[in-house]
Design a binder for this molecule. Sequence first.
Ligand code: FMN
Length: 132
Amino acid sequence: MSVAIVYWSQTDNTGAMANILAEACGGEVFEWDGFSADQVADFDALAFGCPAMGDEELDPDFEELWNDCTDELADKPVVLFGSYDWGTGEWMEAWADSARDAGVNVVETVIAHLEPDDEAGEALKAAASKLA
Ligand SMILES: Cc1cc2nc3c(=O)[nH]c(=O)nc-3n(C[C@H](O)[C@H](O)[C@H](O)COP(=O)(O)O)c2cc1C
């Protein structure tokens, strides 16, 4: 299976999560501005990462890309991931709910408090096994 891991990150905590996923499943990593919805067709499975920004929101630039990609994902397995700080993961719950409502096959979500620790690393490896 070919896997794309597409992420937005400001201070690289979500970037570190992307790299753990990529190492675990042999996926190809793309920063958000190096990926477009027409590339979804090239992959069997995808992971999308964005930290909690705004008030429990996705970054608006990333969200635009994500919305474009959702139309192309069909039933491909998708992992959503991202880092947060002071919240409780509400942004990820909202993201996963809206993705599933839009018909996306979300097989796993992984959140990490700031930099991914060992526990988050294990969760990312488990998620990667659902993509590979
Ligand atoms: C403008 C801004 C808004 C943020 N909003 C939230 C938030 O709503 N909830 C939260 O838990 N963390 C929030 N954070 C913290 C980031 O999610 C956290 O620092 C995360 O590790 C950043 O990930 P990154 O290193 O991939 O950019 C915010 C940070 C910034 C700079």
